[in-house]
Design a protein around this ligand. Structure first.
Ligand code: NAP
Length: 282
């Protein structure tokens, strides 16, 4: 199927996620609403990736409502880090999950993720069970994980019959996390790519620069195109209007197999990660 801005991936039965998303990590509350509105109304994004940790869900929700775009045409993700300690009844956790949705001012989110595996095996499972309940309650349409390594995914598969719809991990040519990607592919888990632009840290890489000259596209567009052609769901972030537009303007060119191979050859494994990438947490 041809890549378009409208292309979606079915992450769970009947749940279709646009393959290109817009990230809002570190988007300040004073700017976030404007950026999301621009992403929706000017650039054409229909998928916003947020988190409790980002503390800008109210701004995301306000932008969605102000856009006038029907709620069911916009895909919204949130994430939560760890369950509250000393909460054997799970009551605080339940309240926190509901509050995480309420913070958007929306009736539901489309996807709710465990943000990292760092809370340990017991807390991970507790969180997963609570998310299963949240899905049943209709407050989220799908549930998934983030920063999970193969070990964490296997542990979850052994403990629950509910498969995570997605695993959101750091993913770009310098950090390809092939073991995790292969596990997800084999098990029907959609892979979302965070830091798809390497936060700009690799824009002067000589191989990427070579591709800038041969495609006449900017480094960000080449990295996003690589991600889409790999079948990932990239989540670029920007608070700059012309960059927001550029990050959605990816569908009038295609990287050739040879150009994809050049980028494939840049993998540096764990050393290539720019975030703290907690996929090896115990
Ligand atoms: N699950 C997790 O643990 C996790 C971790 C990290 C990120 N994420 C998600 O993934 C999203 C993306 O990751 P990220 O924000 O860390 O990094 P990123 O998208 O790789 O890079 C964002 C940076 O690139 C710049 N930029 C954007 N478009 C550009 C363009 N066309 N040309 C030049 N520079 C451009 C932005 O600058 P300006 O804003 O100044 O334009 C910003 O500084 C996050 O927002 C978040 O939703 C998830």
């Amino acid at each position: 199927m041809a890549l378009t801005l409208q292309k979606t991936v079915e992450i769970a039965p009947g749940v279709h996620m646009p393959q290109l998303g817009f990230g809002v990590y570190a988007s300040p509350t004073s700017i976030c609403e404007r950026s999301v509105k621009h992403a929706l109304l000017h650039a054409g994004f229909r998928h916003i990736d947020s988190a409790l940790y980002y503390e800008n869900e109210p701004q995301v929700g306000t932008a969605i409502k102000a856009s006038g775009i029907p709620r069911d045409q916009i895909f919204v993700t949130t994430k939560i880090l760890a369950p509250p300690a000393n909460d054997p009844s799970g009551e605080k956790l339940w309240d926190l999950l509901n509050e995480a949705v309420r913070r958007f001012g929306l009736d539901y989110v489309d996807l709710f993720l465990i943000h990292t595996p760092t809370s340990g095996p017991e807390a991970r499972l507790k969180m997963w069970k609570a998310l299963e309940m949240l899905k049943k309650s209709g407050k989220t349409r799908a549930i998934g994980v983030s920063n999970f390594g193969v070990k964490h995914l296997e542990e979850l598969a052994a403990a629950s019959s509910t498969k995570p719809a997605v695993n959101q991990i750091e993913l770009h040519p310098w950090c390809q996390q092939k073991d995790i990607v292969n596990y997800c592919k084999k098990n029907g888990i959609t892979v979302e790519a965070y830091c798809p632009l390497t936060r700009g840290t690799k824009f002067d890489d000589p191989t990427l620069t070579e591709l800038v000259y041969s495609t006449l596209k900017d480094p960000a567009q080449i990295l996003l195109r690589w991600s889409l052609q790999k079948g990932f769901v990239p989540l670029p972030k920007s608070d700059t209007p012309f960059r927001i537009d550029a990050d959605a303007d990816l569908f009038d060119f295609e990287l050739t197999d040879a150009q994809m191979a050049l980028l494939d050859g840049l993998d540096r494994g764990a050393k290539g990660a720019i975030d703290n990438n907690p996929v090896n947490a115990p």
